[in-house]
Design a binder for this molecule. Sequence first.
Ligand code: SAM
Length: 450
Amino acid sequence: MAKTARHAAIETLQRNQRTGHPVARIFSGIVEQYRLSSTDRQLAMNIVYGVLRHRDQVDLLISRLCSRSPSRQNPFVYQALAVGLYQIFFLERIPEFAAVHETVEAVRRSGAAKKLCGFVNGVLRSGLRRRDELYELIDPEGAGHGLLNHPAWLTKRWQEHFGEQTMRAICAHNNLEATLNLRLSRSLPQSTYLKLLQEEGIEAHAGKFAPDSVVLPCFHGSISALPGYHEGLFFVQDQAAQLATLLLAPFSPGRSYLDCCAGLGGKTSYLAELTAAGDASLTAVEPDPGRFRLLGENLARTVGDHTLSLHNSTLEHFARTCPLHFDAILVDAPCSGTGVTGRHPDIRWNRQEQDLLFYREKQGRLLETAADLLAPGGVLVYATCSIEPEENRQVLDRFIADHHGFMITNCDEYLPAPARALVADSCFAPLPSSGCDGFFAARLTGDGEG
Ligand SMILES: C[S@@+](CC[C@H](N)C(=O)[O-])C[C@H]1O[C@@H](n2cnc3c(N)ncnc32)[C@H](O)[C@@H]1O
């Protein structure tokens, strides 16, 4: 039987709850399995991300409308109720009838007993009838003031580190739909691309902080359909990630650069652009085979014939066999991702506080390994998309305590003027509420600074 957007949404949420695997990975498997049309894919993704961004509010609705609490519901039924109620209370463009009917139909097509379909139908209809009263209950500006849609351990530590007001601003930001951010190829003037988007009827503006960035505040289509995709004229990348790459300056001819944790190549490809004028050598390391394949594809699309040396291995393995030293090294370390839980809302529900200590150890080891590959007078940039001190300052403090030759140099002079407001204690440290992703980057230099 054909599967629909609602079924894909319910199934994705259920698998995410059961396995803790990233929603993006689960969803792309489901899209392929169900052969969803692009419209259904878009709707299903909106619903999944929306439910995760409004989890506390949706759970409160379920508690009010059912005698059983969310945790005691059958998992498929629980996610079906969440999907139905999210559409009724948050997606204005979906007609009420479709929200209820399509959700109940998805439950029926999953093979659920008639009684369960009737139960879901009854709860959703009751939600519709009591909509005004329930809206008030979940309104964060009113009765729902305590509903932050983040786990308590995370809001508690943000409150301690940043204060109540900033913690609330971060949560409010994370609960909004994320913008799409592009980094343009340096061969393409920002004004030309903005005009091109305008001609296509796509709303866009220049990024506030990063010089090569363009922000699409409400784009819902396919990225490969944007003008210039196939010509490699842009890379999807948040402004914070773009700015962190600038810290590897200087980009002068003849220097050698190493990207230790290249991932999908966002920063590698920017580095290739920044060094394109000179005769620089660029090396990138990424152990995950799937990411390494995409890294190759992304670089082929955006960087063209720039000479790059790519290694599908861990940094530790690479370091054991590499005879070279590098003038500038980027350690964009694996992390908890608490700075990007607006863009990836599943992260907030899948992480636990003790994960931070696991990451801290791994990040420390990667930084140590990278430092051994640094040429005298070189620059070492340490970065994460976490806003937790364990993964940022604590990693640096431990590293500097063991490596007396290293010190943190102020990021200020390597960033464009508007981004300097995002520097704290010499490090680049924007919070998610600042207008770009939450991020952390420090620029370290050894004896005889480069
Ligand atoms: C934060 S992501 C990097 C994002 C990337 N720099 C970008 O801009 O798109 C961290 C990456 O580190 C990789 N990684 C994990 N363990 C590693 C190791 N031991 N050595 C090198 N890379 C590692 C992960 O596979 C992941 O792709």
